[in-house]
Design a protein around this ligand. Structure first.
Ligand SMILES: [Zn+2]
Length: 272
């Protein structure tokens, strides 16, 4: 079965039809109670779980394509995402990395941004073979006063689970530890967590002000722990149900993916 990158998987995971996810049962989302998350947060997680557990069901009953506006901050945009026949495909590895367009270029407007992207594509070989020469050439060609550091402008570089070699039992243990820690915090601050635990978003935005400094710190920490919990649960569902991010090519075709031209070829050896 073909492979996709983690970024592309996450992109699919976040495109849901709101009214459809409200119908997903949440009872057995995780073996322990996720009382600290709102119903909506749990529904989003349930949708992610459905995607890894039963992609066909997810795509037919939960998924809704969301057209994203052109993100002018990044070098590679638009175009169809690709799926790969080989996990060793160079293009698959390249899919992990994107770059931010240098601020100087961005400030020059749409036309320059477009020209910069075209230039980048034309010079891509140099980027791979000699990154520092690539940056030199970029600075000269675009008369940059502050040439960027490639590492500093690399974005979207989340990698892929199989490469990072995550262990599902280890991730599960981390989740359980985190839930224990959160239960402890609630025991120590019952009123604070009861009242504001699910509204830390508003606290962070300054819409709710918390006078006591210690309480504020507790809620900040609570907010971080909730984010970590959600991210780890998504990873857990992926590792448990589809660790290699393998998906049926007919589903990927339906999602608008194209077959990678670099590693596609195995099929040519099959008899017609
Ligand atoms: Zn490929």
């Amino acid at each position: 079965m073909p492979y996709i990158t983690k970024n592309n998987a996450r992109n699919i995971e976040f495109q849901v039809n709101q009214s459809r996810i409200e119908r997903i049962a949440l009872d057995d989302l995780y073996k322990l109670s996720l009382w600290m998350l709102t119903k909506k947060e749990q529904q989003w997680l349930a949708a992610a779980r459905a995607f890894y557990e039963n992609p066909e069901f997810y795509i037919n009953h939960i998924y809704q394509k969301i057209e994203k506006p052109d993100n002018s901050r990044l070098v590679y945009t638009g175009g169809k995402p690709a799926y790969h026949d080989s996990r060793d495909c160079e293009a698959l590895k390249r899919d992990y990395v994107n770059y931010e367009i240098p601020v100087e270029i961005e400030g020059r407007g749409e036309r320059e941004i477009h020209a910069f992207r075209e230039w980048w594509k034309a010079e891509e070989k140099l980027l791979l073979s000699n990154p520092s020469r690539f940056v030199d050439r970029m600075s000269i060609h675009w008369r940059l006063k502050n040439p960027p550091d490639l590492r500093a402008i690399s974005a979207d570089n989340s990698g892929v689970a199989v490469v990072e070699n995550f262990d599902v039992a280890a991730v599960e243990a981390e989740i359980d530890n985190l839930l224990n820690a959160m239960n402890e915090i609630r025991r120590a601050n019952p009123t604070l967590i009861q009242e504001f635990g699910k509204r830390t978003f508003a606290v962070q935005r300054g819409k709710i002000s918390i006078a006591n400094e210690e309480d504020r710190a507790t809620l900040n920490d609570w907010d971080k722990k909730k984010s970590t919990l959600k991210e780890k649960l998504r990873l857990f569902f992926q590792l448990r149900f589809n660790p290699d991010l393998e998906l049926d090519s007919s589903l990927l075709d339906a999602l608008g993916f194209k077959r990678c031209s670099s590693c596609h070829g195995g099929d040519l050896l099959l008899p017609p």
